[in-house]
Design a protein around this ligand. Structure first.
Ligand code: UFG
Length: 325
């Protein structure tokens, strides 16, 4: 039976990936320090509570489970916080990952799936964005993720460890069966923020600028359902387990939605208007971030199966179940 060690498997994307791995019949072990993830999200496989910064803890998990593959999700994920506290981001996301990779190399290397991000591209020069687009991150979060991609390449040279770096665009939505979802409190991403505004009249949310060079003036993003992301991890694992080459792949649908389109989709889902106001632009927001998803289609035969309507419906169902709407 394939054994997968899921670092950060108690978090948002990691927990959905655990479900997808378990549905394959694989043995799932979650390693998570529960700093952002939740014990309740570990529904598939065992939980080892530990920190990637602790070499002995990582070594212990590797020798106890002898994974065939490691999927690494553990990271701080707020772009804004990475600007105000870069040390925390480089310590956790870069140094912590180097520590983890050292332990994997020492244990007898196995392939690694790494959660990377569209933030590696910085302000895009073209849209949709292909993987070979120039990488010029504009914040420490993106810099750290890109540095890890380089570290992974160097570990392959030195130790033969193959990897797939999956560059997520905007992860969104919740498990269609309602078993898991996004739990950040306060909400940190657009869709949970708009849902918060829908249930709480005292919560004011702002559209960050409507004067971008986009069809309706608001920022365009490529929202990709978390269950589709989870399936891509299974496909990437199968690729690596079959001896496939290392690579970086964009994970997005290839179609963007503007902030106003997302709000409209949520209003239609809930059947009521959501109060909002117009605020200034947020520093570091590119006008549009849309993936070219061609490479993932070619290599992994992966494509998105959920659209914006499903993303919003599942996110709303999760919000209704966990917080009320
Ligand atoms: N937005 C608002 N108001 C809000 C929150 C967000 O208008 O209150 C807008 C943002 O300006 C942006 C869009 O909604 O245009 C989406 O914003 P999110 O904060 O949900 O997501 P980001 O696009 O900023 O960030 C995402 C991922 C990051 C990743 C980044 C790549 O969450 O992990 O894409 O640039 F790094």
């Amino acid at each position: 039976m394939t054994s997968v060690l899921v670092i950060g498997g108690a978090g948002y994307v990691g927990s959905h990936a655990c479900k997808a791995f378990a549905q394959k019949g694989w043995r799932v072990t979650v390693f998570d320090d529960l700093s952002a993830g939740s014990r309740d999200a570990v529904k598939w496989g065992d939980l080892i509570v530990g920190d990637i910064a602790d070499p002995a803890a990582v070594r212990g998990a590797l020798s106890a489970r002898r994974p065939d593959i490691v999927a690494h999700f553990a990271a701080l994920t707020s772009v804004g916080d990475s600007v105000s506290d870069p040390g925390a981001y480089y310590r956790n996301n870069l140094a912590g990952t180097v520590n983890l990779l050292d332990a994997i190399a020492a244990a007898g290397p196995c392939p690694v799936i790494f959660s990377s991000t569209a933030a590696v591209y910085g302000v895009p020069e073209q849209s949709p964005i292909p993987e070979d687009h120039p990488k010029r991150p504009i914040n420490p979060y993106g810099h750290g993720k890109l540095m890890v991609e380089q570290v992974l390449a160097d570990f392959e040279t030195a130790h033969g460890m193959r990897h797939v770096a999956l560059r997520y665009f905007n992860a969104a939505g919740a498990d269609p069966d309602g078993e898991i979802g996004e739990t950040n409190d306060p909400a940190t991403h657009l869709i949970p923020i708009v849902l918060h505004a829908a249930r709480d009249p005292d919560f004011a949310f702002s559209i960050f600028g409507d004067d971008f060079d986009t069809p309706d003036g608001t920022c365009v993003r490529d929202y990709v359902h978390v269950t589709d992301l989870a399936r891509a991890h299974v496909a990437a694992a199968e690729h690596l387990l079959a001896g496939g080459a290392s690579m970086a792949l964009n994970l997005g649908g290839g179609a963007g939605a503007s902030v106003l389109e997302v709000i409209g989709a949520i209003e239609r889902e809930l059947g009521r208007p959501i109060p909002r106001r117009l605020g200034p632009r947020r520093a570091g927001d590119p006008p549009a971030l849309v993936a070219s998803a061609q490479k993932a289609r070619e290599v992994l035969d992966w494509r998105t199966t959920y659209g914006l309507k499903d993303i919003v419906a599942t996110a709303a169902a999760w919000e209704r179940k966990t917080r009320g709407l």
